[in-house]
Design a protein around this ligand. Sequence first.
Ligand code: CA
Length: 226
Amino acid sequence: MRILLIEDEKRLVAFLRKGLREESYAVDSSANGAEGLELARHGEYDLIILDIALPAMDGLTVCREIRAAGLATPVLMLTARDRVEDRVKGLDSGADDYLVKPFAFDELLARIRALLRRQSAVGDELVCGTIRLNLKTHNASRDGRPVELTAREFALLEFLLRHPDEVISRSRIADHVWNFPYDSESNVIDVFVNRLRSKLDPDHDYLTTIRGEGYRISRVHSTDDE
Ligand code: CA
């Protein structure tokens, strides 16, 4: 999952970047509203964390512009003031949720999970056929049998499960799961996909390789194109 953080408090940015990365989120950040808006428009983000008081363009305007551009990306707004008026303004500008500073990191994580869940999951679980992934406990299972995943494998599986039946290119995986630009010379993604597949889907029932394009996780069993 790739998060855009638009916040100008340096220490908070450093803290959030580190904490979110430890939770397997890919994070981009910007310290001013105008630049943040450009990133939001041109990047593909799963969620945006947006401060209200920002240089160049305030968060409320950024949020209105994001919605005016037709982007439905969930926006979690950060505000330093807890006044009803501020919360109403934030939600009216198109934000999905807000958090008052200072906040506990665990609460931020819970809000992020809730917003991402609204998009595609039922409860705390992502399900594809007999594959289940619990977003809270990080437990994965296949046919009711637990499967041990590393943090990176979890992030990869989560990304695929959030986009079922879609062909996902290696560069999108690199962008959302690895947080670095795709290098077509490297086979690191294929290595990880194969490792995930050997643990979870050795017979290629769900996870298909689409030659020259990428990977797809399908809700109905499919024959592999490999
Ligand atoms: Ca600020």
